[in-house]
Design a protein around this ligand. Structure first.
Ligand code: ADP
Ligand code: MG
Length: 445
């Protein structure tokens, strides 16, 4: 049975109780269909989605559940028209394929507009290979890397590609947070069977940001079973995570071993040429022209990740639109000064040796003692600090750091976790860490 009636009833219900300033955002939301226990909505712009999420969702959710007599999930996506918020005179391209009713994917994320660099070319090609032939050679697959490096983009590109080429395949994209909420709600509503059917019917299951599940042991347990079920039926599973799974301290070993069984793809920050190419591409997408000098300036100074690159561009375009002016290099420098700080240490190639020198001198010991087997309290403490700072400041993996300190990578992870925990309650340690870090960074200037 269609859920539209419940949706309309819910809207009626909230219209009398909700603050008008909040309720107005509901006018921008369209009901587009439903899928089992999920109501699908769309709106034309990010702004409407944001306001719906902040002002309306919780009230409407409650009303909808009351009207239906059970929990109904609400999924709001931004319709394709919005994704090109472009001027009226631009003729819209015909859509290649109508948006599938049950597609929760962001259609903006495609292989075409993902620009790989040398370091990410392998990940990009492997992701494409999976999309062309899901469930075959690279199953499961884990894409990991820091924030804003394109994990979601690549993950959803796979989903979009499969949906376009094989519309008969069921692609499910969820964030780990949605998966968790879904699971909790299904338990609360005694709908665990429905939950299992929903996820296990996927031909391709894409779960974004699984680090969110760290410490959520019972959701991990459920994911483990979902995983086995899909894997055994040859269905494709792809996850993203902000670090290698081995570095998730509170993941069960059996789930970790499931993840590491497959293909692990790492994404790293793009190099200079790729940053320029990405900026140019984003300008094209936004149909904006920006001087090369400005593009080069951004690419030279914003090195952290692609999200920050995009953020810089958005800031400048907003400024130019508001003041109806061209973006000159001076304007760019002025507008981005809050974003562009002195280069961080990792960009200046601080080595672990540099770090151990400063740490050893701070604790009044010899650098070689940090790599020794000694378990004397002071050396152990200093070693933990050196390990922690090596991970924080450099780009080395825990395995590489382990090689340096003559320890395996789980000992390294353990040391990092210990410091992370202790510095929250031990102000003295926190202050020492700050002092040492500042010394390391200033030495490298
Ligand atoms: P993550 O999930 O790793 O935090 P996202 O996939 O959300 O990062 O990427 C952040 C933004 O940067 C998105 O708008 C995405 O389209 C863009 N982006 C990231 N990497 C690339 C790339 N290599 N080429 C083009 N755009 C990219
Ligand atoms: Mg993401």
């Amino acid at each position: 049975m269609s859920l539209e009636k419940y949706w309309n009833d819910a809207l009626k219900k909230v219209s009398t109780t909700m603050d008008a300033g909040k309720a107005m955002w509901l006018d921008f939301i369209n009901y587009t269909g439903d899928d089992g226990d999920v109501v699908l909505l769309s709106c034309d712009a990010e702004m409407y989605k944001e306001n719906f999420e902040n002002n309306c969702r919780s009230t409407v959710q409650k009303a909808l559940d009351d009207c239906a007599g059970r929990h109904i999930e609400i999924i709001l996506s931004i319709s394709e028209e919005e994704e090109n918020p472009e001027p009226v005179n631009v003729k819209k391209q015909p859509k290649v394929q109508p948006r599938k009713k049950n597609s929760y994917l962001n259609k903006n994320y495609t292989f075409d507009n993902f620009i790989p660099c040398e370091n990410t070319m392998f990940a990009y090609n492997a992701a494409k290979a999976i999309a062309i032939n899901p469930g075959s050679s690279y199953n499961p697959c884990l894409i990991y890397g820091g924030v804003g490096l394109g994990k979601t983009h690549l993950l959803e590109s796979i989903g979009n590609y499969i949906e376009e080429k094989s519309p008969d395949k069921t692609v499910i994209y969820v964030t780990a947070e949605t998966f968790t909420n879904d699971y909790i709600n299904s338990l609360a509503g005694k709908k665990i069977v429905d939950f299992r059917i929903k996820y296990r019917k996927a031909d391709v299951l894409l779960i974004d940001d699984i680090h969110f599940l760290d410490e959520k042991i019972s959701t991990q347990e459920e994911l483990f079973h979902t995983f086995n079920d899909l894997y055994e039926s040859g269905h494709q599973i792809i996850f993203t995570c902000d670090r290698p799974v081995s570095e998730l301290p509170n993941f069960t070993d059996r789930l970790k071993s499931r993840f590491t069984r497959g293909l692990n793809l790492s994404l790293t920050a793009p190099d200079y040429e790729t940053r320029v190419a990405i900026l140019k591409r984003k300008c094209e997408e936004k149909k904006t022209r920006i001087y090369d000098s400005v593009i080069n300036y951004i690419a030279e100074n914003v090195k952290t990740n692609v999200r920050d690159l995009e953020g810089s561009l958005t800031t400048l375009i907003a400024y130019a639109n508001l003041l109806q002016t061209d973006i000159t290099l001076d304007i760019a420098k002025d507008q981005l000064k809050h974003l562009i700080t002195a280069p961080t240490a990792s960009e200046q190639d601080i080595s672990i040796v540099d770090i151990t020198k400063v740490v050893a001198s701070y604790y009044n010991i010899e650098p070689t003692q940090l790599r020794s087997k000694s378990r004397t309290a002071i050396i152990k403490d200093a070693r933990n600090v050196a390990i922690y700072l090596s991970r924080k400041i450099t780009q080395y993996s825990t395995t590489e750091i382990g090689n340096f300190f003559n320890r395996d990578h789980s000992t390294i992870t353990h040391s990092i976790d210990n410091i992370e925990k202790e510095k929250k309650t031990n102000a003295e340690l926190a202050a020492s860490l700050d002092t040492i870090e500042t010394k390391i960074r200033s030495k490298s200037r």
